[in-house]
Design a binder for this molecule. Structure first.
Ligand SMILES: CC(C)(COP(=O)(O)OP(=O)(O)OC[C@H]1O[C@@H](n2cnc3c(N)ncnc32)[C@H](O)[C@@H]1OP(=O)(O)O)[C@@H](O)C(=O)NCCC(=O)NCCS
Length: 425
């Protein structure tokens, strides 16, 4: 098996849905980030074997988004591509698919990533309207074409947005986070503290210019008058007091999850350049780090929907032959502060370990080594781009701290969890 190196990474700024990127599609964002990654890394496009990309809320006019990214980015037509989806762990899945191909010697150089535009979600028509349109398309004359529409009521004409809800339980992600907060006894104060840290760490990363290496500037088409050069969700000035004043968003009466301690709906894209260690060496690259192990796991979505990381992390660590004590940095995707606190609690819990059939809990999470450059609450969460953002961000942080290992986790719809162990040398 070839060892897989992460050679470079890049993301667009992450911006609130309906703001700076509102006129761009997910494909635009994916194309832009891949073009610039290729230019910045100076990889010869002819060397690229494969591109794996994902999108969680699909663009219905470009469902094979990976291949469309190849074609619109001007990469050689021979670069084969496929699209993956694993909800919020989509670009982790993209990275693993490309890494597996590299490990097996089926590819030597690959791009993996994800893109999301929550400003441009597909808006559906109701089932009765869709049926009427299909029937009308088969009709042979005008009266026959009009007939199916006569049965429609005004409410059938209302557009239907995609739900950010669990299909089997009907609960929204936010409601599921509320459920976790209540069942695990996670207080509002603890959630707001996690949110505050997320903003403070991300603001520091921008202040110190660390993100300048990770985030490209995007001149916004079609006029190219404005250039977006920074995330617009990070709040340098937020405080526990300001966070404490926000009203619960999903359970107005007894809830603790607010706009301040949840990840917001976000637009953005991120990509990674992967190579076999051997090819990276031959092409003269010094890798940012290497993929040591990974695991995907799942739990019942009706139980604790966003607890997947606590199931996946022990498996990834076992596969890496490491324990939590050996890990220098932990980067946990912040869908909600309540989910981060719940997963940290599970890492440390004896009863959770017993539930997994393990003799010991994973271990105590050193908060000083958790999400040290900010997470999805402050930076934003363009679903399919988050995993690739995290991989690159943590690898750069590892270099600054001279750290050897990192554990990344992502929770995802359907009760899925992803965990990745990275090593720097
Ligand atoms: C929680 C959610 C409903 C909030 O949406 P929203 O109401 O549009 O959020 P806004 O950004 O407008 O914030 C609401 C208010 O909180 C304030 N606010 C948000 N974060 C803040 C912070 N860190 N500090 C201070 N104020 C803050 C905003 O300024 C705004 O105030 P205003 O009403 O006076 O303008 C939305 O972000 C959401 O659905 N998130 C979850 C996404 C999700 O499910 N992800 C899946 C994860 S798996």
């Amino acid at each position: 098996m070839a060892r897989v190196a992460i050679v470079a990474g890049l993301r667009t700024p992450f911006v609130k849905a309906g703001s700076a990127f509102q006129d761009l599609t997910a494909l635009d964002l994916g194309r832009i980030v891949v073009q610039e990654l290729v230019q910045r890394s100076e990889v010869d496009p002819e060397e690229i074997d494969q591109l794996v990309f994902g999108q969680v809320i699909p663009t219905l006019t470009a469902t094979s988004i990976a291949r469309e990214v190849v074609l619109t980015a001007g990469l050689p037509r021979k670069v084969e591509a496929h699209t993956v989806a694993r909800a919020c762990a989509t670009s982790i899945q993209a990275m693993i698919a490309a890494a597996n191909a590299i490990a097996l010697g089926q590819a030597h150089v690959a791009i993996a990533g994800g893109t999301e535009s929550m400003s441009d979600p597909p808006i559906f028509s109701s089932r009765p309207l869709a049926h009427a349109l299909v029937q009308a398309s088969r009709a042979r004359n005008l009266p026959e074409k009009l007939k199916p529409f006569q049965k429609l009521s005004p409410k059938d004409l209302l557009p239907v947005p995609p739900a950010i809800a669990e299909y089997t339980t009907g609960l929204s992600m936010g409601e599921s986070a509320e459920k976790m907060a209540k069942e695990n006894g996670i207080t509002r104060a603890e959630q707001d503290e996690i949110a505050l840290k997320s903003h403070q760490h991300a603001a520091k990363a921008w202040r110190e210019k660390w993100f300048d290496q990770e985030v490209m500037h995007v001149p916004v088409p079609p006029r190219f008058e404005a250039t977006v050069s920074r995330d617009n969700i990070v709040r340098e000035d937020t405080s526990l007091e300001a966070l404490g004043q926000l009203k619960p968003a999903f359970d107005r009466k007894y809830g603790t999850v607010t706009a301040g301690n949840a990840s917001p709906l976000t637009d953005g894209a991120a990509a990674l350049l992967l190579m076999s260690e051997e090819r990276a060496k031959a092409l003269g690259y010094t890798p940012l780090g290497f993929l040591r192990s990974h695991a995907f796991a799942a739990t019942d979505p009706a139980d604790q929907l966003l607890q997947g990381p606590a199931y996946a992390a022990p498996i990834a660590l076992d596969r890496a032959k490491l324990t939590l004590k050996d890990i220098d940095l932990i980067d946990m995707h912040e869908a909600f502060a309540a989910q981060v606190a719940s997963n940290v609690q599970a890492f440390e819990s004896r009863s959770f370990a017993e539930k997994l059939g393990r003799s010991q809990p994973l271990g105590v999470v050193d908060r000083a080594r958790l999400n040290t450059t900010g997470g999805s609450i402050a930076i934003g969460h363009p679903f399919a781009a988050t995993g690739a953002r995290m991989v690159h961000q943590v690898l750069r942080e590892m270099a600054r701290r001279n750290a050897a290992t990192a554990l990344l986790t992502v929770c995802a719809q359907g009760g899925l969890g992803a965990a990745v162990v990275l090593e720097r040398t």
